[in-house]
Every structure is written in C-alpha cells, then in structure tokens.
Design a protein around this ligand. Structure first.
Ligand SMILES: Nc1ncnc2c1ncn2[C@@H]1O[C@H](COP(=O)(O)OP(=O)(O)O)[C@@H](O)[C@H]1O
Ligand SMILES: [Mg+2]
Length: 268
C-alpha cells in the first residue's frame, strides 16, 4: 500500500526546473534508493517532501491518510516524516544526548517533557550505536558519528518514513557495513520506510528493493537494481556526465569495463 504518493511535484529555481513533474509512490516498508547524476534534482526532491522548500507546483502529496500539499516543515515532521540532510545542522554547544532529545521534542505532534525526551534519546542512541558517546559534545564525533547523530535525531521523532541524503558517502568499509546493517534493521525490525539518495552503489545493490533514477529533474527509470543498471537510458545519462557515474557498481554505467578504477568509476 502506498505510504507516500506524489504527483506532479515541481520545483523551479529562477525558471529552471530542478524537479520537473515527478510522480512517485513509496509503499509501506519499502527501501527505495534514489540515484542519478549530480544536479539531477535528488536533494531538491527530498527537500520538497520534507517541506524544507515549497513546491512551485504539486497536485498530490499524500502521506498515509494525510494531505501534505503545501505543508510546512514542522507539519511534515508531525505527520511522521523524518529527514536526515546531507550536512545536518548541529547544535555545537550540546551533548550528543541533548541534541537527540531535541529531535524527540520536535518530531511527532506530541508533548514530551525534557526527561522523557532524554530517555527516548538514550533508546535511539542505543539503536544507532552511539550510546557510549551520549555525554560527549556533538563536535567531538567523527564523520560517521555525525551521520549517526543526524539519524538518531530524526529517529527520536518517531517517523514512519525516513528521508536520507547520501548517508554512506565517505565512510570506511567497516562504517559502511554498520550503516547498511542499521538501515536494514530500521526497516526489518522497526517497520520504517526509507527513501534514500545514494551514490554508493554496492550499498544500493544490497539494500534497495527498488531504484528510482532521476536525471534533469525527471524520473528516467525505475526497477530493481539489476534492471536499472541495464537500462540504456540510464547508461546514457551517466555517460553524458563524466565522473558522475555510480561508483563501484559492477558492470554499471560508469564502471570501468576491465580494470579497477577508470575514468568514470570514481564518482565518490
Ligand atoms: N536553492 C537553490 N537555488 C538555485 N538552484 C538550486 C537550488 N538548489 C538546487 N538548485 C539547482 O537544482 C538542480 C538540482 O540540484 P540538486 O537537487 O541539489 O541535485 P542532486 O542532489 O541530484 O545533485 C541543480 O541544477 C542545482 O544547481
Ligand atoms: Mg544532492
């Protein structure tokens, strides 16, 4: 059943469409990866769903039984959509636990006292593996730790749908393994639905049931990872944008045919 339904979603910046009439459905419990060359409109699409930027046009934005056309960012959060931006704003004076507690208090439409918010923060810090850093200043975290903090902050608001913007970029192999297992567990054990922008294609292969490929603001193709990888339109879109090909996607557009590396294999 569709949890999220978008029709005719459009955003123009100064007349130029960044998102150009997108129709998209995401079913409850799906992990959907959104890929595409740089500038395709992926981040803008997430920002539109998150209510961070208003659409230029949108005929349908349904989330569960709610109509969210034109909804503001707090209304989107209250409805149960959690967002982890590529470079989340942090509160530099706070501890990890305090910052996650902020997420708890500004998530779902519910009133939480500070104690309850801190308790919920501890629960999600356990879940993402940051419990030991709970008392540390947010500025002390590594890149991966900072990503986990952003995720924990979103999770503390008890979302049904998570929007993630390139959560795997720049991680070490060990961190990547942790991030993949975590997202899988969020879906399998906690019932979350995930709409996820990613360039790290091995992770997409492992996690996504469905891949939606965007190019110049439109949906170019969609299907399972193997189908999409073979799609001539997808290959053409990546070949048209040197260095923007999906890194590490075996046999993918952009991957070198025979040897490691190659001109378009190093997108990340
Ligand atoms: N705030 C903005 N103002 C003007 N143009 C923007 C803004 N945000 C994005 N764009 C433009 O919209 C297009 C899509 O950008 P973006 O959504 O960031 O793509 P992606 O995340 O797929 O790389 C790009 O051409 C980008 O320059
Ligand atoms: Mg982006």
């Amino acid at each position: 059943m569709a949890l999220l339904t978008l029709r005719g979603l459009t955003k123009r910046f100064g007349g130029l469409p960044a998102v150009d009439g997108i129709d998209l459905d995401v079913d409850t419990g799906e992990i959907v990866a959104l890929i595409g060359p740089n500038g395709a409109g992926k981040t803008t699409l997430l920002s539109l769903v998150a209510g961070i930027v208003p659409p230029t046009a949108c005929t349908t934005f349904r989330f569960g039984d709610r109509d969210l056309v034109g909804a503001a960012v707090h209304e989107v959060r209250h409805a149960g959509i959690g967002t982890v931006r590529q470079a989340p704003t942090r509160f530099p004076s706070m501890s990890v636990r305090e910052e996650v507690a902020v997420g708890a208090r500004f998530g779902r439409a519910e009133t939480l006292d500070h104690r309850t918010a801190l308790h919920r923060a501890d629960e999600v810090l356990d879940l993402v593996g940051l419990r030991e850093q709970a008392a540390a200043p947010v500025t002390s975290l590594t890149l991966h730790g900072t990503r986990l903090l952003g995720l924990a902050r979103a999770l503390a608001g008890r979302p049904d749908l998570l929007l993630l913007d390139e959560p795997m970029a720049g991680l070490t192999p060990g961190e990547l393994e942790h991030a993949i297992a975590l997202i899988r567990a969020l879906r399998d054990e906690h019932g979350l639905t995930v709409l996820w922008v990613e360039h790290v294609m091995p992770a997409v292969d492992l996690l996504a049931e469905r891949v939606v490929v965007m190019d110049v603001g439109r949906v170019l193709a969609e299907g399972d990872p193997a189908e999409v990888r073979r799609d001539p339109a997808v290959i053409a879109a990546y070949l048209g944008v040197p260095d923007a090909g999906p890194a590490g996607w075996a046999g993918a557009p952009g991957a070198a045919p025979s040897e490691e590396g190659g001109p378009r294999a190093g997108g990340a």
